[in-house]
Design a protein around this ligand. Sequence first.
Ligand code: ZN
Length: 121
Amino acid sequence: MANYRGIVEKYIGRKLKYGEVVHHINTRRRDNSPDNLYIFGNQRQHEAFHALADAGHIEWTVLKSNLDKFKAIEDKKKKELFNLVQFKYSKETLTECIQELRPKMEDQYPWEEAKDEGDKV
Ligand SMILES: [Zn+2]
């Protein structure tokens, strides 16, 4: 059993979803280079393509690898998630720091006086 599904998952950066089918563009099942692999959304589409190509209505190689498109979508999602987590993390850290530092700072810098100074600027 070839591990081409594993190769695809590693390449696009996520597990294949239930139903997603990996097809070998040049029909050589042992050629697992990303350029030779295509993801169909479901088996029905996959079989329909095979039927057309088997009957000679279309060339097998009419398909071009779509792995990079899937990869780009995953990269975008991960970047968005990362930004969200980064923001949340820094916000929480900031709040913690302020709560920790504020009593100490208030000892050193009386806020009422500082506010008066600020009004003049
Ligand atoms: Zn196929």
